[in-house]
Write a protein that binds this ligand. Structure first.
Ligand code: BES
Ligand code: ZN
Ligand code: ZN
Length: 507
């Protein structure tokens, strides 16, 4: 999709589809019961007002969020069609509604094979132009993603060109906001493509190849290490998970160096991703139902690799490194077993209670390794536990941390990015859950209670005092049903927020 920001009157744009946003002002005006307010067009353009106003007062269109109303051949406009898209209640407007509504525009155009469209930037006191332009770019690019890559009857419905029309001249700040939206959303789609790949195609080796190709394209330093290096580093926890699979593991390291070298004591951000390209559960094998979903057990890795892709283009003045531990979790004769004791890179011994709690094992070594490479701040993302879905459902990802300051920065980044995270407990009160009789810690307990926190407590053992955030994205990584602005399948959650959070450390 080519994306253009253009300062032009929407009435003068010859396009198959012109989109204008509308708010639902149906909430009664103060003091007047059942005031008959009609939806409001968020453009001052007179020609659009003339074409659309009769339909706004007709009651045909309520302008609820994502609702659409098409006016073919509108008089007074050069566009062939005028599409009204609702943003919902006027008093609750944020750029996040616009991100969704821009996605609705794309998913309206695609099945109608309209390849080109123009969106009118809304004019409203609650909608600052910069964040809105960015949200539109993001929403549009994210909505143009679909999952049917392996279907012979796949129709390429992708949008060729999107123009966003601004009522005011385009400043550098507006153009930058637009470009940033494009970079971040394209990176999010890059992750979604990886997450969507089946386990037989996206093996750890293939993940390494695709990461290396991305790194070469965007000038990131990249190393892909094999089992020899994993053993040399004494990553006994990671090595135990991979040993039941014939597929070689991959330890991937990416590095971003800013154009101006930051001072020696400046923060170094370490991203760590769980890259299990298929999780059978190992010897503690999973039930058959839904096991196919375990191809997406590398979504944490994909989100970190994609965040690096965005950072390489946004070029913030902060050092960032990324460690991905990728392997399969399979149950063959060489597989690790419940009762085994393994030694992590940090030197801690771990008693394996359940081989299906493998994500925390690979992350333990990844988190430790990132610190030895110089990370002063850590973040990891992982499809770690089913329990996080029991606790939070499929709306919020779980956030666990040992540091309030970095958590605060993360939550403000999340708000700007329009993503939802909910903080879960990770205090030492919960440490008993991972006490072992024969080793330093257990990799899981028998108890179902607080399972997501148990996993977080395990990871916490490997971060020391380094400020750290753990995102459990297990329940929000895969969308079972499409939304009007989003295809079903991989969501690519957390990339926008992680990227913003990293930028908050730039000097
Ligand atoms: N990959 C799974 C977690 C998962 C579940 C991801 C559902 C996405 C959707 C993880 O490796 C796992 O199996 N966790 C176990 C931990 C348990 C054995 C302590 C779980 O959640 O059941
Ligand atoms: Zn598992
Ligand atoms: Zn897993």
């Amino acid at each position: 999709m080519t994306t253009t920001l253009l300062h032009q009157s929407p009435a003068d744009v010859a396009t198959p589809l012109l989109v204008v946003f509308v708010t639902d002002t149906a909430s009664p005006a103060p003091g007047i019961k059942d005031s008959p307010a009609a939806p409001t067009l968020l453009t001052t353009n007179a020609a659009i007002q003339t074409a659309a106003t009769p339909w706004l007062t007709s009651g045909d269109f309520k302008a609820t969020l994502g609702e659409t109303f098409l006016l073919p051949a509108p008089t007074g406009l050069k566009a062939q069609r005028l599409l009204l898209i609702g943003l919902g209640k006027a008093d609750k407007l944020t750029p996040h509604e616009l991100r969704k509504a821009a996605g609705v525009a794309i998913r309206f155009a695609r099945p109608r094979t309209l390849r080109t469209l123009a969106l009118t930037l809304p004019e409203h006191p609650l909608l600052p132009p910069g964040p809105c332009i960015r949200a539109i770019a993001e929403g549009a690019i994210l909505a143009d993603f679909d999952i049917d890559f392996y279907r012979a009857d796949r129709k390429d419905l992708s949008i060729e060109s999107l123009t966003v029309l601004t009522p005011t001249p385009i400043t550098d700040a507006l153009q930058t906001a637009f470009n940033e939206g494009v970079i971040v959303a394209e990176s999010q789609n890059f992750a979604r493509t990886l997450i969507n790949e089946p386990g037989n195609i996206l093996t750890p080796t293939e993940l390494g190849k695709r990461t290396a190709a991305m790194a070469a394209e965007f000038n990131l330093a990249c190393e892909v290490h094999s089992i020899e290096k994993i053993l040399e580093l004494k990553m006994g926890a990671f090595a135990s998970v991979t040993q039941g699979s014939p597929q070689p593991p991959a330890l991937i390291v990416l590095r971003y160096e800013p154009p101006t070298p930051p001072p020696a004591n400046a923060p170094v951000i370490g991203l760590v991703g769980k890259g299990i390209t298929f999780d059978t559960g190992g010897i503690s094998i999973k039930p058959a139902a839904d096991m196919d979903k375990m191809k997406y057990d590398m979504a944490g890795a994909a989100s970190m690799i994609a965040s690096m892709r965005a950072i390489a283009q946004l070029k913030p003045n902060v050092r960032v490194l990324c460690v991905i531990c990728s392997c399969e979790n399979m149950p063959d004769g060489h597989a690790f077993k419940p009762g085994d004791v393994v030694t992590a890179m940090s030197g801690k011994t771990i008693e394996i209670m359940n081989t299906d709690a493998e994500g925390r094992l690979v992350l333990a070594d990844g988190l430790h390794y990132a610190q030895t490479l110089g990370a002063t701040h850590l973040i990891n993302a992982a499809t770690l536990t089913g329990a996080i879905g029991t606790a939070l459902g499929q709306i919020n990802a779980g956030l666990f941390s040992n540091n309030d300051e970095t958590t605060g920065k993360f939550f403000s980044a999340a708000w700007n990015a329009g993503e939802k995270f909910w903080q879960m407990p990770c205090t030492d009160d919960y440490r008993d859950q991972i006490k072992s009789q024969i080793a330093d810690i257990l990799n899981s307990t028998g108890s179902r209670y607080g399972g997501a926190t148990t996993a977080a407590m395990f990871l916490k053992e490997f971060v020391g005092d380094t400020p750290w955030i753990h995102l459990d994205i297990a329940a929000v990584t895969w969308l079972d049903d499409a939304k009007p602005w989003q295809s079903k399948g991989p969501s690519g959650v957390a990339i926008r927020t992680i990227t913003e959070w990293i930028r908050s450390y730039a000097s």
